[in-house]
Design a protein around this ligand. Structure first.
Ligand SMILES: Cc1cc2nc3c(=O)[nH]c(=O)nc-3n(C[C@H](O)[C@H](O)[C@H](O)COP(=O)(O)O)c2cc1C
Length: 206
């Protein structure tokens, strides 16, 4: 499977050929592909359909350079045509929770969604409910990597950065929590072959 593949990969092919790529072909991201990849990631499931994830797409060289600085200089950020910052904003989710009620459920659905979230999270400290929000955003982060690969792109997930610096750079509120940074583009290296536990090492069958 080469970097120039345009045919969509099967899920199995996307999983098997995804590996962390840190050197990218030096060309801008196709903006339609970028949007489609984000839309696919947004189809991830979440508890009560909360959709706590938010995306910040960095493509301008100046902002990328600052993002790289916040990530201890890791060069894959500057090398990628785009970096998708995936974070969760549980406070935005809670403030606008009616948006996430299925329209088919009408007013009752919206009221129910409000009650559910107020009951579950209203009394929790911001950091605690923020941690819950992050568990949901992590699901979208995984979908994002596979959606990208499925459309012939490559990525490297990253948590090696200073969250406060990234919040400041992107003007994000203090309560948001990061699933990770995701440099994305077409691969210009092959990356490392998978090295994983044998399934029997990590699985119990009952
Ligand atoms: C949450 C997360 C954080 C990571 N952070 C970094 C990082 O900051 N820098 C980096 O070069 N790789 C990072 N990686 C990539 C891992 O090293 C890589 O996924 C792992 O070694 C398995 O290799 P593979 O992705 O090629 O299968 C991260 C991976 C994950 C899932």
């Amino acid at each position: 499977m080469t970097a120039t593949t345009t045919k969509a990969l099967t899920v199995q092919e996307a999983i098997e050929t995804r590996r962390s790529i840190r050197k990218f072909v030096q060309e801008p991201m196709d903006q339609n592909d970028l949007r489609e990849i984000l839309e696919l990631a947004g189809l991830a499931p979440s508890a009560w359909n909360a959709q706590t994830w938010r995306f910040a797409v960095v493509q301008t060289p100046e902002v990328k350079a600052k993002l790289q600085e916040a990530a201890y200089g890791q060069p894959q950020i500057g090398n990628a045509p785009a970096v998708i910052v995936v974070y969760s904003d549980m406070e935005d989710t809670l403030a606008n929770v009616e948006e996430t009620a299925h329209p088919g459920m009408g007013d009752a659905g919206r009221t129910g969604q409000r009650t559910t979230f107020d009951n579950a999270f209203g009394a929790q400290p911001v950091a605690q409910r923020g941690a819950w929000g992050l568990t949901q955003a992590n699901i979208a982060f995984g979908f994002l990597m596979l959606a990208a690969r499925g459309k012939g792109y490559d990525t490297v997930p990253m948590l090696g950065f200073q969250p406060d610096k990234v919040r400041e750079l992107l003007g994000l509120p203090e309560h948001v929590q990061f699933a990770g940074l995701l440099p994305i583009g077409k691969r210009a290296e092959e990356g490392f072959p998978h090295h994983r536990h044998n399934i029997d090492r990590v699985t119990k069958f009952y």
